[in-house]
Design a protein around this ligand. Structure first.
Ligand code: ACM
Length: 536
């Protein structure tokens, strides 16, 4: 493969021709009917950056042609820039990825939302690209519960994901510190549960609070808009309603859901919380009703029920939980964890949806057809693959983008393991399993962006980029062509400028800019120890 291209993620095959094709205000775009969505997106994006109309014409007459090529896979495409731009795509997604590649070839200014200079003629290098994804699931999880991200910023984040050919946005919508999805039947979830009095400043261990209320939520129409915007960009939005732990915001709104004594407020600090849901018909009925509204908003084939980090303290002290465990024939209350998730998974199944869960659920039994997100290292995922489940790899010590990007005190706020750009670029989802025949399917992998310490979209961008650019290449590109120095050349040569054109405040390669630092805010640095993988 030529090292000359500047594309991120790198295409599977690239060859440069000679000379240029010049696009101008008379350029037309035409697509086979199956690919009209990609044509519409391309005309809008290119039209915005150039100021041109890019009138639609029949594909054979167009300067930019999007043609259906059924021999290719649905996400695969061929892009040839000769005397016209000819895109052959296996399906709508492939055509969309070809359109993204075309914009990248046109230079960073093609990613702006209005022309910065009159664009009379726009040269395009003559190239031939053949491309397809390595994995079908190329995910990013965004925690909008710990810190709410306003809708416009979510839409922009999706646009930047799409530029990287990522295709799953897992939205962590509920947690101890906030409930972010409007549920018509239970208005207090957002009236009460969507805001907190104040927040831990830095690690909760420091015991420092900011004294400032925080909150926000998405209306159902906001979420429908997010889902539709993502769908136009071939991104599936998986909502997460985290149970039976990470539920204090819901319990603050509806105290009858809780297993503990007395009312609680929306949690103001970070860390693992002993407050959990009571394993009762009241809780199950409540969450079935919540999920009925959630499946109506999100067409995703998977709905996440979370299921991570569930301390047993309250159930051990609860007569009701003890009685429930006994009635179910469980050895002790620990079995209630996966039983509860399993009950709600059955409800999702009745809606024709599969359940996504964090890998803890595998300790007690996975719902049928579950998708397992393996975050506590690789083992939970490998176990699930051995049992025939679908798996997405997102090990904390590799793909958590809230973790510090370098050693030292300058990283804001320095938490977790050192997770450098080079380290994420070298990620492999299934190292060390050799030739073992695993009956489950590895669908792909996911980068997770937790936001305890990312209190604004600027901070999320700092944590995400350019590491997410490197990760997108791991998820998409041919691993045999992976070369970190060459990736760095593309990053410095063109891709950071693309991010700048899109307004992304990434972390400079040499370290945080002064305004990106958070001096004096205490973090919690950890060294990686496979035996001690406890997130907190
Ligand atoms: C997680 O990081 N608790 C999934």
């Amino acid at each position: 493969m030529s090292a000359l291209h500047q594309l991120v993620p790198a295409p599977w095959s690239f060859s440069a021709g000679t000379g240029e094709l010049v696009l101008d205000a008379g350029t037309t775009v035409g697509a086979d009917p199956e690919l009209s969505g990609a044509r519409r997106w391309l005309s809008r994006a290119l039209g915005a950056a150039t100021g041109w109309d890019l009138a639609p014409v029949p594909p054979q007459e167009a300067g930019i042609r999007l043609l259906l090529a059924p021999a290719l896979d649905a996400e695969a495409y061929r892009l040839e820039v000769g005397d016209a731009v000819v895109i052959s795509a296996g399906g709508a997604a492939g055509a969309f990825y070809a359109a993204q590649t075309l914009l990248q070839l046109m230079g960073p200014a093609a990613l702006r939302q209005a022309p910065v200079a009159p664009a009379e003629a726009w040269p395009l290098p003559r190239v031939r690209v053949e491309d397809k994804p390595r994995f079908g699931y190329r995910g990013t999880m965004l925690d909008v519960a710990r810190h709410f991200m306003p809708k416009d910023n979510v839409l922009r984040f999706i646009e930047v994901m799409a530029m990287h050919k990522l295709n799953v946005l897992h939205l962590h919508l509920t947690d101890d510190q906030g409930w972010r999805v409007q549920i018509n039947r239970y208005p207090k979830l957002t009236e009460t549960g969507a805001w907190r009095r104040e927040s831990s400043l830095g690690s909760w261990r420091a015991g420092v609070f900011d004294g400032r209320p925080h909150g926000g939520f998405y209306t159902q129409d906001d979420l429908r808009e997010i889902v539709a915007f993502a769908a136009e960009r071939h991104i599936t939005v998986i909502p997460e309603i985290d149970v039976p732990g990470h539920s204090q915001a819901a319990i603050a709104a509806y105290p009858e859901l809780g297993a503990g004594d007395g009312p609680v407020e929306v949690w103001t600090r970070w860390g693992i919380n002993e407050t959990v849901l009571e394993v009762s018909e009241t809780s199950l009925e409540f969450y079935r009703n919540v999920l009925d509204e959630v499946v109506d908003i999100f067409p995703s084939p998977w709905i996440s029920l979370g299921g991570d980090e569930v301390p047993l303290t309250q159930w051990q002290a609860s007569a009701q939980a003890q009685a429930k465990a006994a009635a179910l024939g469980l050895d002790d209350v620990s079995g209630l964890h996966s039983w509860f998730v399993g009950q709600l998974a059955l409800h999702l199944q009745s809606h024709g949806r599969a359940t996504s869960v964090w890998d803890e659920i595998g300790d007690g039994g996975l719902p049928d057809g579950a998708l397992v997100a393996s975050w506590r290292g690789y083992e939970g995922g490998i176990d699930a693959l051995r049992k025939g489940y679908d798996v997405v790899m997102c090990p904390e010590h590799k793909l958590y983008l809230d973790h510090r990007q370098a050693d030292g005190d300058d990283e804001p706020v320095p938490v977790g393991f050192v997770t450098t750009l080079q380290a994420v670029y070298e990620f492999e989802p299934l190292p060390g399993v050799g030739n073992e025949d695993l009956p489950g399917r590895l669908l792909g992998a996911q980068a997770n962006i937790w936001t305890e310490h990312l209190d604004s979209p600027r901070r999320v961008q700092f944590a995400a980029f350019p590491r997410l650019s490197a990760i997108a290449e791991v998820f998409w590109s041919n691993p045999e062509n992976r070369d970190y120095d060459e990736f760095l050349n593309r990053l410095s040569g063109a891709h950071l400028a693309r991010l700048e054109a899109m307004g992304v405040e990434y972390r400079p390669l040499e370290g945080p800019a002064p305004w990106q630092k958070r001096p004096g805010v205490e973090g919690w640095k950890r060294d990686y120890d496979a035996e001690q993988l406890v997130r907190n």
